[in-house]
Design a protein around this ligand. Structure first.
Ligand SMILES: NC(=O)C1=CN([C@@H]2O[C@H](COP(=O)(O)OP(=O)(O)OC[C@H]3O[C@@H](n4cnc5c(N)ncnc54)[C@H](O)[C@@H]3O)[C@@H](O)[C@H]2O)C=CC1
Ligand SMILES: Nc1nc(=O)c2c([nH]1)NC[C@@H]1CN(c3ccc(C(=O)N[C@@H](CCC(=O)O)C(=O)O)cc3)CN21
Length: 318
């Protein structure tokens, strides 16, 4: 079922969802099932599975020259989505990126998803590859998420890239896009970023899921601003409980989000990561309760394969 239909059918009740990443190459899928099993008691409306493109590694050869190697550390997004839908009868939502994909790759990827009965996707530009600062599209790939959204919409109206093929089957993808309560790191201003978000909705996106945030006021202001700008689609908050001290520097660095001082102080004072996990759970429960009162359509947890803390949070909320 489409995410937007899940939301409509819930009649104002807040739904539960979470996000996982494929295991490192060489691992089996059991670790994925083990992380999903405990969370089934909250009846997830959907499970997002991130997509991980290739990375470049430079290996020093014996002659001292550097050899560039292309590696994909976390393949398997589509297979995991199919396995989830088959095993749990829960909608799996693959992330689909501009980066690393030509338009043809995108079309063929979407055909696979459609054949597997996957009806939802999150359309993202994708991060720059680790060894580069700026995002670079493939030749004949998309620069921005809004262009990817447009291509999916065209397939939804039966328009494929090869116009000589007649009577193409129209797919029925429901499309999510990312929103940034604290502005995307590359956007020149918050207003400009909202303007770009609006373009994604105009291109045909059906809902927004946010970057993680630790201060609900940032989310409330973001929703207000979106509504003022005429963005009327559902906005789903994405939240993540802290688990380690090192995240105090990793999260602001990687995702360009702020951590409120009160939380920073509590985590910094904690005697070990076990204590940090408890602080993270408590903070996330408070965030969740307030978001629930605000009437969010879904609470989306960035569990990334670790479910014990989400289980504790879910038991307080759902
Ligand atoms: N894998 C995942 O689950 C998630 C990944 N992300 C990452 O966040 C990053 C951005 O992805 P999206 O939000 O999908 O990208 P996007 O294409 O919507 O926006 C990327 C940046 O370009 C700017 N922009 C958009 N249209 C523009 C235009 N026409 N001219 C100039 N600038 C424009 C935006 O303000 C933003 O700063 C990526 O790095 C993505 O991988 C974000 C959320 C979830
Ligand atoms: N810019 C951006 N890129 C993304 O891929 C992305 C977002 N934002 N925001 C939403 C989700 C959340 N994502 C996440 C969230 C946490 C981890 C994670 O596993 N973090 C580990 C350490 C990761 C590492 O080793 O670098 C952690 O300790 O939290 C990974 C992806 C992926 N998504």
């Amino acid at each position: 079922m489409k995410i937007t239909d899940h939301i409509k059918n819930a009649n104002g009740k807040t739904l539960f969802s979470f996000e996982i990443l494929p295991p490192l190459k060489g691992q089996n899928i059991q670790s994925i099932f083990d992380s999903i099993d405990p969370l089934m008691e909250f009846d997830p409306a959907f499970i997002d599975v991130t997509y991980h493109r290739e990375e470049y590694e430079y290996i020093e050869r014996q002659d001292g020259l550097l050899e560039k190697r292309v590696v994909r550390k976390r393949p398997g997004t589509v297979g995991i989505c199919a396995a989830i839908q088959n095993k749990y009868k829960v909608d799996a939502v693959p992330h689909i990126l501009c980066g690393g994909f030509t338009r043809e790759d995108t079309e063929n990827f979407l055909i696979d998803l459609d054949f597997l009965g996957i009806q939802n996707v999150v359309a993202l530009r994708g991060d720059a590859v680790k060894t580069e600062i700026y995002f670079k599209p493939e030749k004949n790939g998309h620069h921005f998420a809004k262009d990817l959204v447009k291509q999916i919409r065209e397939m939804n109206s039966g328009k494929y890239l090869d116009e000589s093929i007649e009577n193409c089957y129209p797919t029925e993808f429901c499309i999510g896009v990312a929103g940034y309560p604290e502005k995307h790191m590359e956007a020149a201003s918050f207003s400009q970023d909202i303007h770009h978000l609006k373009r994604k909705i105009e291109a045909g996106a059906d809902y927004i899921v946010t970057q993680m945030f630790f201060d609900n006021h940032k989310f409330f202001e973001f929703v207000e601003k979106c509504r003022e700008e005429g963005i009327s689609v559902p906005i789903i908050p994405g939240i993540k409980p802290l688990v380690t001290k090192s995240q105090l520097s990793m999260i602001p660095h990687r995702f360009k989000v702020d951590i409120p001082n009160e939380l920073v102080i509590a985590v910094a004072k904690a005697k070990d990561n076990k204590a940090v996990k408890e602080i993270g759970i408590e903070w996330c429960i408070n965030q969740s309760k307030e978001l629930l009162n605000y009437g969010v359509p879904v609470l989306h947890f960035y569990s990334m394969g670790k479910s014990d803390n989400i289980l504790k949070i879910g038991r307080e909320i759902f």
